[in-house]
Design a protein around this ligand. Structure first.
Ligand SMILES: [Zn+2]
Length: 233
């Protein structure tokens, strides 16, 4: 299968679903990561342009560990709005990847880039199936299942499916540590150690399903996107 994540910022996947991606990869599936925003607002000292370049490199390093294809920074941070321009850009990513599963943010996530990414991903994945919805890439894809990844710290998110990532945790941590520029930022801006933050949530999700570390998901349950069997590893 082709697995496509559509996330807002360069470290969102590593925080919330990288263990599952490692599992998919080890089972022989292909992974593509679309990171819609360029991460250019996440620092106190480094200015936008330079920061976007740094964060692109960090994302590429992390994707390399996973052997994933990536698309980074289609919009600046806080510059992704729910409109046709945004949908069209994401339609072209979807048409390029031709995914079998999409993982994105929950519509009730905590900040606007995440919320808009989730909404645009849902809309774009529908538009991408329509032959008469014309974008740069002249092809149409199938309607596929969408899963919402967990929300930071698990607030307001009750998973309905769990993936045991106990064995994948070391790789998930290595991927997250690629995002070095965020270490001081999240410490100073949010008062968190991002590795501990990620592990705490994985531990809680693990406790909930009887393993050491897990990731939680909710499926977007709408007509046309549901399968009669489990899709997550
Ligand atoms: Zn984010």
């Amino acid at each position: 299968m082709n697995i496509l994540t559509i996330s807002a910022h360069p470290d969102d996947v590593e925080l919330n679903c990288a263990g599952t991606l490692v599992k998919f990869k080890n089972a022989g599936h292909s992974i593509s990561m679309a990171i819609l925003c360029n991460g250019d607002k996440g620092h106190f000292e480094i200015k936008s342009k330079e920061l976007a370049e740094i964060r692109k490199k960090e994302a590429e390093e992390s994707a390399k560990i996973l052997g994933a294809q990536i698309f980074v920074g289609l919009f600046p941070d806080l510059g992704l709005h729910i409109n046709k321009e945004s949908v069209d850009k994401v339609v072209d990513v979807i048409r390029q990847v031709d995914p079998d599963i999409i993982i994105t943010h929950s519509p009730d996530d905590y900040m606007v880039d995440h919320i808009n990414t989730g909404r645009v991903a849902i809309d774009a994945s529908f538009c991408a199936t329509l032959p008469n919805y014309e974008t740069k890439i002249k092809k149409y894809t199938k309607l596929v299942p969408i899963f919402f990844m967990d929300i930071s710290s698990g607030v307001n998110f009750q998973p309905t499916e769990y993936v045991d990532i106990t064995e994948e945790m070391p790789i998930k941590e290595r991927m997250l540590r690629c995002h070095q520029s965020q270490y001081t930022w999240l410490k100073e801006h949010d008062g968190i150690d991002y590795v501990e933050f990620m592990k705490e949530l994985s531990k809680i999700r693990g406790t909930q399903c009887g393993v050491k570390y897990a990731e939680g998901f909710r499926q977007h349950l709408v007509w046309g996107r549901i399968k009669p069997y489990r899709l997550l590893p």
